[in-house]
Design a protein around this ligand. Structure first.
Ligand code: TXA
Ligand code: MG
Length: 341
């Protein structure tokens, strides 16, 4: 499949808008991660997103809109909680699941009677939505199950290659995404709001507006289809050390010299001071704060996954503060094994 790059100029965004109208796919930057977009009113174009990603048909997509009024137009009901959250946090890294109008194509909803809507804040995404004039269906621009790209280079690497030669993908380069993990997904379609996916907007901020969030009942109706599937997995097995810095540095020193994670064959992804203390040859820093860690997370995983000579990856994270909760969630899902102190 050919991926053709466009600059985020007026001309580039105009061409991307025209490509969406023609039924092509457009990868574009958002403040969270890059999205792979299609005209959300065109079921054939939306079906191509599933083909390109290798995404299960029952995992629904988010419709991206320019403002809350456009989101409301897609909803059969716009609950009070939706109104309050949209007023407080849009545009931004929050997705709301609401009852869907019948006009929203079933392929977008994965057959559910709800629809996920989000109003992104990234200026290029906003210009693209204005140019498109329709809701844009867009999952993260990775192949299903893999880490989400946060740069245009990451999108080109994730989506390039010989699959689906009949689909045209345009890629608008808007630089790196500032947040680095996907939006927080909250279901406000009925009863108490439910947290379906922790993300770029900290859960505590949402609870400050609508009170404590519930979690979908295990074994209950599939309110959160996306969470059933394996996610964010690098090709090499990842071990997550959910430990405080001292314990992690001790474990890395001990195991780095032995068979379990020999430092010559293992890549390390950890907060800066742990990377510095460990002194492993293959390492990527997650910086000094949850915000920096989120921004570095997916690119770091992919960099280590391409690093020559490695056969396993070790990540260190143990911080639920702010966007740290979303970093923990992504690493737990990516990991083949979680080790606690
Ligand atoms: O930050 C983001 O949310 C990025 C950017 C591109 O906007 N998009 C993104 O999309 O992460 P995706 O498809 O990778 O993740 C969407 C999540 C999935 O877990 C999906 O199952 C869930 O939202 N979802 C979508 N529609 C839903 C619905 N009607 N009910 C429950 N969950 C839904
Ligand atoms: Mg995704």
């Amino acid at each position: 499949m050919a991926v053709t790059r466009l600059a985020a100029s007026d001309e580039g965004v105009r061409r991307a808008g025209a490509a969406l109208a023609a039924g092509d796919l457009v990868a574009f930057p958002t403040e969270t991660v890059y999205g792979l977009g299609a005209d959300g009113t065109n079921p054939r174009a939306v079906a191509n997103i599933y083909r390109v990603k290798g995404r299960p048909a029952d995992n629904p997509l988010i419709l991206h809109v320019a403002d809350a009024a456009a989101a409301e137009a897609l909803a059969r009901e716009w609950p009070d909680d939706a109104r309050r959250l949209a007023e407080r946090f849009w545009p931004g890294p929050l997705t709301l699941v609401v009852p869907a109008r019948a006009a929203v194509p079933a392929v977008v909803r994965g057959g559910l009677d709800t629809v996920a809507v989000r109003c992104p804040s990234h200026p290029v995404a906003r210009r693209l939505l204005a140019a498109a004039g329709v809701p844009v269906a867009a999952p993260s621009a990775n192949r299903s199950g893999h880490p989400s790209p946060t740069t245009a280079e990451g999108v080109a690497r994730a989506l390039g290659g010989p699959t689906t030669p009949d689909v045209t993908v345009w890629l608008v380069d808007g630089g790196p995404s500032s947040i680095g993990v996907e939006s927080t997904v909250v279901d406000v379609s009925g009863g108490r709001p439910l947290l379906l996916r922790p993300g770029g907007l900290p859960t505590t901020a949402i609870e400050g507006v609508v009170g404590a969030l519930g979690t979908p009942a295990a074994g209950g109706p599939a309110r959160s289809p996306g969470m059933r599937y394996r996610h964010y997995a690098p090709d090499r097995p990842l071990v997550l050390l959910a430990m405080d810095p001292e314990a992690a540095v001790a474990a890395l020193a001990r195991e780095g010299a032995r068979d379990r994670w020999p430092k010559a064959r293992s890549g390390l992804l950890a907060p800066r001071r742990i990377v510095e203390a460990a002194g492993w040859p293959a390492a990527v820093s997650l910086g000094d704060s949850p915000h920096e860690a989120a921004a570095a997370l997916f690119e770091g995983l992919m960099t280590l996954d391409r690093w020559p000579g490695l056969d396993r990856l070790v990540a260190v994270w143990n911080n639920q503060e702010g966007v740290g909760g979303a970093v923990m969630d992504r690493l737990e899902r990516a990991a083949a094994e979680v080790v606690q102190a």
